[in-house]
Design a protein around this ligand. Structure first.
Ligand code: AMP
Ligand code: GLY
Length: 431
């Protein structure tokens, strides 16, 4: 068969990494992306699209006669893009709306986990502020306690409350003031888990599981895990906390039972499953799932894939991953996000970016674009997270040093980044 034409949906560094990987593969004849960004435009044709409108994406896929559409962010999934494409006979990589509830509804997921007895934090689901306040007064979940809005809240719907009054304030803001709109109509109050966080990515066709790799994200804005939560300021892979025994446990005690129960409930999950885990003294426990690749995790995970990505995307989309696997490199990868001044709060855009080419010349370095656009031939900032600079190396220290050396070449007005990405991995490397 002639190569496939692929449409990648999204405009972040995660999607740039997808496009970069696919564009070099034998089975791919052309990659187009929508809406894309200045970096993706160098390897693929970019087309305008409102990601919140699945029917517009379908019209685009029809017009361009694409063979496979790959969904980057969660929004189109929660709006049912996979269902719409399936109903129109258009292959798509990404779960159905009901399967994607594993990300979009924390209440759904906690109930699912409880039914299949998968380890997770003990919790109470509450439907009114009054009920929430009773749970908090009873103290049965201990303190600190974690208060989570049921629906999507752009990574801001989770509050770790050291004391009862902080938890009560979080409940009032979510349930009474509706800070996150309907996402706060229901709330999960859960036990605080001690441990270290790691994520794990698998491809699945609903039954079969093809593991990718583990990774660690850095969600807070500033060094030392200080400041507000962001979409992610950097990542590294593989996680230092991971080994074959943990992976075996996570697959058998968590991923397998969850996929089996989803299938049994008529919500077969096809796509990439992102398991956010807390590795506790009692073993791995689920913090959350995402129905897509992580950003910035994808920027370090995809360059580690030594085999082609297209066969597994196609296998997951078409329900047949039989005989496929992902060959992963073992050398560590570190990714540092360069953000606009002010991010994650308000920031300005349109600032010229210097030094991207110089950074890319460093050995083992890749620069993935997020919020960038071309303005009369000059790459300028166009979003909060602007670039992810990724480097591989023979050790965590080596990969990290290379990434930060490359970062030194890049500048734009207001640029900020964390200087401690993967620092934790180094502590364990020298220990
Ligand atoms: P979530 O969106 O549910 O993953 O929560 C966002 C972040 O909050 C996680 O990445 C953790 O760092 C933290 N978190 C969530 N739930 C818990 C918990 N039960 N115990 C400790 N930390 C948590
Ligand atoms: N980096 C976290 C996420 O993509 O949800």
């Amino acid at each position: 068969m002639a190569g496939m034409k692929i449409l990648v949906l999204g405009g972040g560094a995660r999607e740039h990494a997808l496009v970069w990987k696919l564009a070099g593969e034998r089975g791919v004849s052309e990659v187009v992306c929508a809406p894309g960004n200045a970096g993706m435009a160098r390897v693929a044709r970019c087309l305008p699209l409102d990601l919140g409108r699945p029917e517009a994406a379908l019209a685009l896929a029809d017009r361009e006669a694409v063979d496979l559409t790959v969904v980057g962010p969660e929004l189109p999934l929660t709006r049912g893009i996979a269902d719409l494409f399936a109903a129109n006979g258009r292959p798509i990589f990404g779960p159905s709306r009901l399967a994607a509830q594993i990300e979009s509804s924390k209440v759904f997921t906690k109930q699912l986990l409880s039914e299949c007895r998968v380890p997770t934090a003990r919790c109470q689901v509450v439907h009114h502020a009054r009920q929430a306040l009773e749970v908090l007064a009873s103290g049965t979940l201990g303190y600190p306690v974690v208060v989570k809005a049921d629906g999507l809240a752009a990574g801001k719907g989770v509050v770790i409350a050291p004391e009862r009054r902080d938890a009560e304030a979080a409940v009032r803001s979510m349930m009474e003031e509706r800070r996150f709109g309907d996402a706060g109509a229901k709330v999960v109050i859960e036990e605080f888990l001690e441990g270290r966080e790691a994520s794990f990515f698998v491809m699945t066709d609903g039954r079969r599981i093809v593991p990718l790799v583990s990774a660690e994200d850095h969600k807070r804005a500033y060094d030392g895990d200080e400041g507000p939560n962001t979409g992610g300021m950097g990542a590294y892979a593989p996680s230092r906390l991971w080994d074959a025994a943990v992976e075996e446990r996570v697959i058998h005690e968590i991923v397998r039972p969850v996929l089996d129960l989803l299938r049994a409930r008529g919500r077969e999950y096809r796509g990439v499953l992102y398991a956010g885990l807390m590795l506790t003294r009692e073993g791995p426990k689920v913090l959350e799932f995402n129905a897509r690749f992580g950003d910035p995790e994808a920027q370090v995970v995809l360059p580690m894939l030594d085999s082609d990505l297209l066969p597994v995307l196609w296998g997951a989309a078409s329900g047949d991953l039989a005989g496929l696997r992902c060959a992963m490199r073992s050398d560590p990868h570190v990714g540092v996000v360069l953000a606009s001044g002010g991010y994650p709060e308000s920031y300005e855009t349109g600032r010229p970016i210097q030094g991207i080419e110089r950074a890319e010349e460093e050995p083992g370095v890749l620069v993935f674009h997020a919020g960038t656009r071309l303005d009369r031939g000059q790459v300028v900032t166009a979003g909060g997270r602007v670039l992810t600079v990724v480097a591989s190396g023979s050790s965590y220290a080596d990969a990290r040093a290379r990434a930060y050396r490359a970062v030194e070449h890049i500048s734009f007005d207001g640029m900020h980044f964390r200087r401690d990405i993967a620092a934790k991995a180094l502590q364990s490397e020298s220990a």
